[in-house]
Design a protein around this ligand. Structure first.
Ligand code: PA5
Length: 464
């Protein structure tokens, strides 16, 4: 496999009693097998449609590649309007697989400029409109529910501008990615004749990167989406065992389960050592946090499970958070993502012979330096007995990125099942959405509005 999972530094052999023992793994083996069996039995069913995405999208992929080529030929900009699972995947893949200053490249060296608008900050919308000409822009509105206030407000703003600026052909500037059967966007798409891609009913937002949600933006950027799906399939197949020692995603879940339930590790730090993977940590944070942070379990018991995901970046955060990780409380699992071969390298030239404290760097490369610093951080964390594990990618490519995303999705789903919670719902998020609707006097939310009015009022003495 192009991805390796090294969990040495989670184990007692390295960490003494701060680590996990093989007997602790044995003790949850049956639970892990149960989780594996559950996922296998439910592949493609219920909310588990994401397991089949690497295998069942041949026609869709062909259509996406064709559309992407048309977008590149006709437009200067491609703007994603979406939030949460409808934005974080496209951003992470763009960051991973495009030039790190892609939009600023000479137009001959890139395709269309790319933007993902995942907030309703008015200044950000105005800033976007300052830099893109709507007449030369394709907008990809992504919302599975077709009801998300943030995305639908952006849709209204953009379509209003398009109608005024472009007139009758405005609808040719919108591609809708949404549910085939539910919500408002599909109705608007039919009414206006938007090109439309469907998000399978069995695929939830944060598990949707490998369906048209992520594949269309990636293909527009010229990314090898077939390679992404191939990489995801490779990892999926490598995780085809109920034995955690033969299934890396299952072992990853087992270790996190033990860390949470038996070692008090309430925090999961995701720390890639590559700028291209910086936004992968954001994507992971949603996947892990929204999937596992649950108040009640499958039996309706109040449990308040979850592990707070934290994003970090190596080596940058060695000069910020790593002090805490190395000497602070034993409440974390730190996942380091390393890259063996970077896509480019820079030699550190000679020129500091008279300064031995700097000269030791000369003749080495930045790739050597970042990877040495990664190993040094692993060493420092392990020496101070803090649980850490490393996912090592041979390189950052379409296939390893697809594989990495599949790895984390599997780990999340296995772990959720082991915790006996519903990995695929998000009642906490819905609560905030519903409160917004009530505050905006949306029809159907009168009861919620009454509830809000009865909520304890803020006390002025606590606002100073
Ligand atoms: O994981 C999820 O389901 C959520 O984060 C959604 O992706 C997010 O709320 C956006 O929902 P929608 O795609 O319906 O606009």
């Amino acid at each position: 496999m192009q991805i390796k999972f090294d969990f040495n530094n989670m184990m007692q052999e390295q960490l003494g009693d701060k680590g996990i023992s093989e007997s602790q793994i044995e003790a949850v083996r049956a639970k892990a097998k149960d989780s594996f069996d559950y996922l296998e039995a439910n592949r493609g069913k219920g909310w588990m449609g994401w397991t089949e995405l690497p295998y069942n999208q041949e026609d869709i992929v062909r259509d996406i590649i064709y559309t992407a080529a048309e977008v590149r030929a006709k437009f200067d900009n491609f703007v994603v309007l979406g939030i949460g699972g409808s934005a974080l995947g496209p951003m992470a893949v763009y960051n991973a697989l495009c030039h790190l200053h892609y939009n600023e490249l000479d137009p001959k060296k890139r395709g269309v400029k790319f933007y993902v608008e995942d907030n309703v900050d008015p200044e950000r919308m105005l800033a976007l409109l300052d830099v893109v000409d709507p007449a030369k822009t394709m907008f990809n509105v992504i919302t599975k529910s077709g009801a998300t206030s943030e995305t639908m407000s952006q849709y209204l703003i953009i379509t209003d501008i398009l109608k005024k600026k472009i007139g009758k052909d405005w609808a040719k500037h919108i591609i809708a990615t949404t549910s085939e059967s539910k919500g408002n966007l599909i109705k608007l798409a039919k009414e206006n004749g938007f090109k439309t891609y469907f998000i399978p009913e069995s695929v939830g937002g944060r598990f949707s990167e490998l369906c048209p949600v992520g594949l269309l933006p990636a293909a527009v950027l010229g990314i090898d989406i077939i390679g992404m799906l191939r990489g995801a399939a490779e990892v999926d197949k490598a995780c085809n065992s109920s034995d955690p020692y033969k299934n890396p995603a299952l072992m990853a879940a087992v270790l996190q389960y033990i860390a949470m339930e038996e070692k008090g590790a309430n925090i999961s730090v995701m720390m890639p050592y590559a700028d291209s993977l910086k936004l992968m940590a954001d994507w992971y944070c949603q996947l892990w946090g929204e999937s596992l942070g649950k108040g009640v379990d499958f039996d309706g018991k109040e449990v308040h499970k979850g592990q707070t995901p934290v994003k970090a970046l190596g080596v940058t955060d060695q000069h910020s958070q790593v002090q805490l990780y190395t000497e602070g409380p034993f409440d974390k699992v730190i996942t380091i993502i390393g890259v063996e071969r970077f896509r480019g390298n820079v030699e550190i030239p000679q020129g500091a012979e008279e300064f031995p404290d700097v000269n030791f760097l000369c003749g080495h490369s930045m790739e050597e330096l970042i990877n040495t610093e990664r190993r040094a951080t692993e060493y420092a964390l392990t020496r101070s007995k803090h649980m850490n594990r490393t996912i090592l990618l041979e390189e950052v490519s379409a296939s390893t990125i697809g594989g990495l995303m599949m790895f984390f999705q599997l780990e999340t789903a296995y772990c959720g099942k082991m915790l006996n919670i519903d990995t695929f719902n998000q009642p906490g998020v819905e609560e905030g959405k519903n409160a917004t609707y009530a505050m905006f006097n949306r029809h159907g939310y009168e009861k919620k509005r009454e509830e809000l009015q009865k909520a304890p009022k803020k006390n002025g003495k606590y606002i100073i």
